[in-house]
Design a protein around this ligand. Structure first.
Ligand code: LMR
Length: 338
C-alpha cells in the first residue's frame, strides 16, 4: 500500500550523474486541459526523468492524455477529470505544476484575477496537502505574487509547509528578457543571461541589466525601453490576443524550462540556478523573485542580490511596498477564505 502510494518503484537511471538507479518521478499538471496545460503536457513528454505524467482538469484531459501518451517517449501518461479525480491525480506526485485558472482580458491587471483564481488555488493546494504533502509545487496561476503566499498559508494550516518546495514560476520574465535583449544585440537569445527580480506583475518585474551576460551593449534609453517591454510583455500578449486570453505557448515553454531544471537538480546535478518567486530573505519582503540555486530538496539557497546601479536600486525600493501588499493580500485571502 505504502509502496503504491509513494511510488517507490525503482527505474533504470537515464542520467549520467546518477550512477545506479533512481526512484520513479511523477509529475502532475493541474489545469492540463487549458491553454498552458496542453502545450506544457506536450513539452513535458520530452523531458528526461519524468516516468509518470498525470494530467488533471475539469474537462478534456482524457483526450490530452491519450494523445500525448502516443508520443514515442519514455513514461506513462494518465488523464483525470473533475473534482473527484483531483486527489487521485495528485497521489504520490513528486512535482505538481499548477496552471489552472482564468486568464486576463484587455484592461485587467493580474491582481484582479485573485477573485477568480484564489479559490481554485486553495482547492488544489488543499488536495495536494492530503495526496502528496512532500511534493514540489510550481505555480503559474496568476496573480503569482498573491497566490504563492496564499498557498504557503494553506500548507501551513495543513502542517505541511516546506518553504524549499514552493515556487511561483517567473521563468517567462527571463525567457522574454533573453529574447528581447538577444534580438537587440543581434545575438542568440540562448546566449543571454539576465536575472529578473521582484515579482510577476508590471510594477514588480525588474530585469537587472547591470548583471546581463554578455554585457548589455546599449544606452540608458535602450535599457528603459527594453525594461518597459519586459515588464509589460504579458499585457502585449493579452492585447494581441484581443480577449482570447493571455500568454499560453511561451508560458508553457518557460514552465517546461523550469521543470527541466528542477528535475536535473533533483537528480543531483549541481549549480543549477533559475529565477523563481519563493520564500526568501534576500530583500525586505517574505517572498521575492530572484535567482535560486536548486537542489534535491527544491530551493537550496536564494542568491544574495548583487550590487545594483542607481536605477535598479530605486526601482527595487519602489516595487517592494507593492510586493509586500500583494503578499499580505495573499495571506489575508487564505485566512478568510471559506
Ligand atoms: C504573462 O506574463 O504573460 C502571464 O503572467 C499572463 C498575463 O496575464 O500576463
Amino acid at each position: 500500500m505504502l509502496l503504491k502510494k509513494f511510488k517507490l518503484r525503482i527505474v533504470p537511471s537515464r542520467f549520467p550523474w546518477c550512477l545506479m538507479a533512481r526512484t520513479a518521478f511523477k509529475v502532475s499538471v493541474v489545469g492540463a486541459g487549458g491553454g498552458i496545460g496542453q502545450p506544457l503536457s506536450l513539452l513535458l513528454r520530452k523531458v528526461k526523468g519524468i516516468d509518470e505524467l498525470s494530467l488533471h482538469d475539469l474537462r478534456g484531459t482524457k483526450g490530452v492524455a491519450a494523445d500525448t501518451g502516443h508520443i514515442s517517449e519514455h513514461g506513462t501518461v494518465s488523464g483525470y477529470v473533475g473534482e473527484d479525480e483531483l486527489e487521485p491525480a495528485l497521489l504520490g506526485a513528486n512535482l505538481v505544476v499548477v496552471t489552472a485558472g482564468m486568464p486576463r482580458v484587455p484592461g485587467m491587471t493580474r491582481d484582479q484575477l485573485m477573485q477568480a483564481n484564489g479559490g481554485i488555488a486553495i482547492h488544489v493546494i488543499r488536495a495536494m496537502a492530503c495526496a502528496c504533502p512532500e511534493a514540489l509545487i510550481a505555480i503559474t496561476t496568476n496573480p503569482i505574487n498573491i497566490i504563492v503566499p496564499t498557498a504557503a498559508e494553506v500548507l501551513k494550516e495543513a502542517g505541511v509547509f516546506n518553504p524549499h518546495r514552493l515556487f511561483g514560476i517567473t521563468t517567462l520574465d527571463v525567457v522574454r528578457s533573453r529574447k528581447f535583449i538577444g534580438d537587440f544585440m543581434n545575438i542568440n537569445p540562448r546566449k543571454v543571461n539576465i536575472p529578473v527580480i521582484g515579482g510577476h506583475t508590471g510594477p514588480t518585474i525588474l530585469p537587472l541589466f547591470s548583471q546581463c551576460q554578455p554585457e548589455f551593449r546599449g544606452d540608458t534609453e535602450d535599457i528603459l525601453r527594453l525594461t518597459h517591454r519586459i515588464k509589460e510583455a504579458g499585457t502585449e500578449v493579452v492585447m494581441a490576443k484581443g480577449g482570447a486570453g493571455s500568454a499560453t505557448l511561451s508560458m508553457a515553454y518557460a514552465t517546461c524550462c523550469f521543470v527541466k531544471s528542477l528535475i536535473r537538480a533533483q537528480n543531483g546535478q549541481e549549480g543549477i540556478i533559475e529565477c523563481a518567486f519563493v520564500a526568501s530573505s534576500v530583500a525586505d519582503a517574505p517572498f521575492f523573485a530572484g535567482p535560486v540555486e536548486l537542489g534535491k530538496q527544491g530551493v537550496k539557497r536564494c542568491l544574495k542580490l548583487p550590487v545594483l546601479n542607481e536605477f535598479e536600486q530605486k526601482s527595487l525600493d519602489n516595487l517592494l511596498p507593492i510586493l509586500r501588499k500583494n503578499i499580505e493580500a495573499g495571506v489575508h485571502f487564505a485566512k478568510t477564505f471559506k
